[in-house]
Design a protein around this ligand. Structure first.
Ligand SMILES: [Zn+2]
Length: 320
């Protein structure tokens, strides 16, 4: 049996302004991703009967920080009513997340956990670091808090190289980006879920489950939502065929994948920097839908917590 887990990182729009070194977005646009993209994803997933995991940024639910926190709560309640999973994507979504001292990391993870528990009466079991990194400090905090899994590593050398290049170019132009480089040891983990060594989470051990984001098998290209939305159908078909040969596909999407620059009023400055925003929503949705429909012919869909449960069970069986 082959499995596929779809996850959607609901990164607030200001994260993208930060990556590109742009000024903060207008106030009325701050909640555009959670407000507009979540209902679109829920509709698409319902059409295909696919369960998914939404990675939530805690501050979106905090009315002291986000004016439309009530709306976010409503959107996430709808996701829970449809049996989707919510998971922790930190409170602030800082790209320096993994570099922070351990007490700051812990406070951030606990704050996100607590606000989801308070507003939605829901216990999250999974975590994803902003910026695809899992440091030993983060692993330690997640273990202490009793989390079942992490899903942060993106073992893709081409992605790593492209990010390095983009950051260097940005520095040369004197733009201050909020992005940071990931630890290259995370490139060695492969795409099969495993139990981590908590001191060296890029190595196997008896700790919590790590569920790396999937890439193609030989070229190691990340087949994530942005790729599917932007690649020509022929290129996408080849990449999907490669990744579909894996017994498990961790398919990562972002809320912004179902945002329409024109309809949703995204400022031109960001659209100029973010090429996927130049593709109309209708086209992106159709491409993502086609990819999911194709995967349904070979894979059974599950949430990431179900993947973590299967991985733990398999490890226990192999040890006994
Ligand atoms: Zn994120």
């Amino acid at each position: 049996m082959k499995y596929c887990a779809v996850s959607i990182d609901v990164d607030p729009i200001d994260c993208y302004f930060g990556i590109h070194g742009l000024e903060s977005p207008p106030t009325d646009l701050r909640s555009v991703v959670i407000d507009r993209a979540i209902p679109r994803f829920l509709k698409l997933l319902a059409e295909l009967h696919i369960p998914a995991t939404f990675f939530i940024v805690g501050r979106d639910l905090d009315e002291k920080i986000t004016e439309s926190a009530n709306l976010a709560e409503k959107r996430l309640k709808s996701a829970l009513e449809l049996n989707h999973e919510l998971a922790n994507h930190s409170f602030w979504h800082r790209y320096v997340f993994s570099d922070q001292p351990i007490d700051m990391l812990k406070e951030d993870i606990v704050s996100a956990h607590a606000i989801v528990e308070e507003k939605l009466n829901y216990q999250m079991q999974g975590f994803r670091c902003p910026g695809y990194d899992l440091s030993p400090n983060v692993a330690q905090v997640l273990t202490e808090l009793g989390y079942a899994y992490d899903s942060s590593y993106l073992p893709s050398p081409p992605y790593f190289a492209a990010k390095q290049l983009a950051m260097t170019a940005s520095q040369i132009r004197g733009r201050k980006s909020s992005a940071r480089m990931t630890d290259p040891r995370g490139l060695t983990v492969g795409c099969t879920p495993y139990r981590i060594n908590p001191e060296k989470p890029w190595k196997k051990g008896g700790g919590i489950v790590e569920i790396p984001i999937s890439t193609t098998r030989i070229s190691m290209i990340p087949v994530i939502g942005t790729f599917v939305a932007m690649a020509s159908p022929a290129v996408c078909q080849v990449a999907l065929a490669s990744v579909a040969k894996r017994n498990f596909f961790n398919f990562e999407l972002h809320g912004i994948d179902l945002i329409d620059a024109e309809k949703d009023g995204i400022p031109g400055g960001l659209v100029a920097k973010q090429p996927d925003l130049r593709i109309p929503l209708k086209v992106k949705r159709e491409r993502i839908r086609n990819a999911l429909t194709k995967l349904q012919t070979s894979h059974t869909f599950e949430t990431l917590s179900a993947t973590a449960g299967r991985t733990q069970l398999a490890t226990r069986t192999s040890i006994s």
